[in-house]
Ligand binder design. Structure first.
Ligand code: SF4
Ligand code: SF4
Length: 271
């Protein structure tokens, strides 16, 4: 009972954080405060830009665009914090929480071969979209990025109410978003090239990694536990890292630590 309470508290904080980020961005758009969207957020001369969008646009233009300090700053923050963005900022978290199938994650995590394939496939997608952006001279992934689709759908609804002008985006964006997040199901883990880019840099992150106390872990004692693996959105099996899935792709959602029955998983600064 106590464990369930802690679980819901962590999830609630995460969902509220994502909702606040969405609110800040949306209020900027609605109030015409002109501080951008999640792809490129900022005001005056200070700009935080999506590092993948920046790479794609630079490849498309075949030159290093002037926003490079902003992209470098973001990648430096990933170096310090890893893939925190994926669990605590990206709106996909909130959408899956509200509309997702609760048993789906556990089902995916029990398919070991698929989990290992899923851990490599986003890198192939990342390579593909960068090459395609260079060849076709436009940022290919930006056209189907779920973050862009989410805000695009929202603004299409806003236009409908404020200008009374229905547009194709009103149907197209939610349909594409639904396909990505619910039909493809493991989008974040097996497809998302932004997650792959953050993982590459996050691999170098020496801080804030999950640590398993072997003397406490039930699996290390010969008991088939796997509680951490069942809840991990990345399919990481902290009780048995020999499965080949590296903890470097950890998004710091903290679910494993909360669910571990032996309290064997620790995160610096959190537990
Ligand atoms: S290892 Fe733990 S904190 Fe990291 S993504 Fe998996 S469940 Fe979340
Ligand atoms: S949930 Fe805890 S005890 Fe169970 S395998 Fe993971 S680290 Fe070990």
């Amino acid at each position: 009972m106590i464990k369930e309470k802690v679980v819901s508290k962590t999830k609630i904080i995460r969902v509220v954080t994502v909702a606040l980020v969405i609110l800040v961005i949306v209020s900027g758009g609605v109030g015409k405060l002109n501080y951008g969207g999640i792809c490129s957020l900022g005001t005056w001369d200070i700009l935080i830009t999506c590092p993948l969008g920046f790479l794609e646009r630079s490849l498309a233009a075949r030159e290093l665009l002037p926003q490079w300090p902003s992209a470098v700053l973001i990648l430096f923050s990933v170096l310090l914090l890893g893939r925190v963005f994926c669990a605590w900022v990206c709106p996909s978290v909130l959408l899956r929480r509200v509309f997702g199938n609760k048993g789906e994650l556990t089902k995916q995590n029990t398919k070991v071969k698929e989990s290992i394939w899923a851990s490599y496939s986003p890198y192939a997608v990342l390579g593909g979209v960068l090459i395609a952006s260079f060849i076709f001279r436009f940022p290919v992934f930006c056209f189907f990025c779920p973050i862009g689709l989410f805000f695009g759908a929202f603004y299409a609804v806003m236009r409908l109410f404020s200008l009374d002008s229905p547009s194709l985006e009103l149907v197209l964006f939610p349909t594409m978003l639904g396909l990505e997040l619910w039909v493809l199901k493991s989008w974040c883990r097996s497809i998302c090239p932004l997650g792959a880019l953050l993982s590459i840099v996050g691999n170098l992150n020496p801080f804030f990694m999950p640590e398993v106390k072997k003397n406490k872990c039930l699996t290390a004692k010969g008991i088939n536990c796997q509680a951490c693996k069942r809840v991990c959105p990345e399919g990481i099996d902290l009780g048995n890292l020999d499965t080949g899935l590296s903890p470097n792709s950890c998004t710091k959602c903290l679910e494993c630590s909360v669910r571990c029955p032996a309290k064997a998983i620790k995160f610096p600064l959190w537990s």
